[in-house]
Design a protein around this ligand. Structure first.
Ligand code: ZN
Length: 381
């Protein structure tokens, strides 16, 4: 199983003492390599992002301009390229194909695109690269998720979801946004309500007979969720509840006592909302159950949470999910961007008030990225 890397730990835990320690360590750490040591352009660019400015001569390639990498930075680079860079998404969940540690020899067959870089890292860090046999929960073998898919057990899991997750109020003075692409009458309030009956039923939570108004307090997420392009005419309504609304908060982390990832309701719901369209049948059932249980709507993790926060999905330490570790809860929570779904037509029925309407112009779109290997062979025994 994977070894614990420094960046696997919560950067915001440990207080000032560990912060100073990390600075001290960084000062003391001798550069091992630099960004210009690598041949693969992806690794080189990743190394330029992770390395530190230091005009000393690289002891490997003699460059003075390369960004220098101490052990900590080199481990982070190796993790980002080889582990995160081989993350394989499954129907539910995801797991890296490659892992590395100091205990194993290299068992993967590198391709010419990165072979020399792999050998260099292997030698300098003293690590081996191997096929990572994931723990099965990472690829969706989670009991409550399977039970939710089965007609026999579905009702009991839906009941658990509506009772074990907390209710979150959306208070009367809180603002949130709803984005529309090219509405017929952009200045009309009703354009920002849920679609009329018979027009919805194709989204993550709306179903025939269940109207849903999708919104978010995060405007960037609204833009992602609407899959806008530069040509689109965009309009945004600023909204607020007229009275406090009671929402089922599925963005909460459930700390379930004595429960492994395999039995975890938290993991099931987490995976469900990070999955694509094939999960909609189940997420709609959750919405119906929440409405039946008397909630005004749901707060749920945006599918685009990780793209917005730059987080890696399904991170583990020794095969244990970070979600199961209370010390990492804040960091895990910060990887989730909440979306709001309100049942019915809340503008028409007066539960939600339009504070204002604006045209929205996209003037710049930025992408952040990192790289991964291609053409390698793994040999799972
Ligand atoms: Zn170098």
């Amino acid at each position: 199983m994977g070894k614990v890397f420094p960046h696997d730990k919560a950067s915001n835990s440990g207080g000032i003492g560990s912060f100073l320690q990390s600075i001290f360590r960084r000062r003391r750490a001798k550069p091992l390599l630099c960004s210009e040591c690598f041949e693969n352009q992806g690794i080189k660019l990743d190394a330029r992002m992770l390395g530190v400015n230091d005009r000393s001569v690289c002891r490997n390639c003699n460059s003075t301009s390369g960004k220098k990498l101490g052990r900590e930075e080199l481990e982070a680079l190796t993790h980002r390229f080889f582990v995160w860079g081989t993350l394989h998404r499954c129907e539910y969940g995801a797991a890296p194909i490659i892992q590395f540690n100091q205990q194993r020899n290299t068992e993967i067959e590198a391709s010419p695109w990165f072979e020399s870089d792999l050998r260099l890292i292997e030698r300098v860090l003293g690590v081996g690269f191997f096929y990572y046999g994931p723990r099965l929960w990472m690829v969706g073998e989670v009991e409550p998720l399977k039970d939710l898919s089965s007609p026999v057990t579905q009702t009991s899991i839906l009941k658990r979801i509506t009772t074990e997750y907390p209710a979150a109020p959306l208070k009367a003075d809180e603002l949130f946004y709803r984005l529309r692409i090219a509405p017929k009458a952009p200045a009309e309030q009703s354009e920002y309500d849920s679609p009329p009956l018979g027009c919805g039923g194709i989204g993550r939570l709306d179903a025939p007979g269940l109207q849903v108004m999708y919104a978010s307090q995060d405007l960037e997420v609204c833009i992602h969720e609407c899959r806008v392009t530069a040509e689109d005419e965009l309009f945004v309504a600023t909204l607020t509840p007229s009275t406090d609304l009671r929402l089922l908060d599925l963005t909460s982390l459930l700390f379930e006592k004595d429960v492994t990832e395999f039995e975890s309701l938290d993991m099931a719901v987490h995976m469900l909302f990070l999955a694509g369209k094939h999960s909609y049948d189940l997420t709609r059932k959750i919405a119906l159950a929440a409405r039946t249980a008397g909630f005004d709507g749901i707060v749920y993790p945006s599918y685009f949470s990780l793209l917005r926060t730059g987080g890696m999905p399904f991170e583990t330490v020794f095969g244990i999910s970070h979600r199961q570790i209370p010390e990492l809860a804040d960091r895990e929570r910060s990887k989730t961007i909440p979306n709001i779904a309100i049942f019915g037509r809340p503008i028409a029925d007066g539960r939600v008030r339009v504070v204002g309407i604006n045209r929205l112009i996209l003037n710049r779109v930025e992408y952040q990225f990192h790289f991964g290997p291609v053409g390698y062979q793994v040999d799972p025994e």
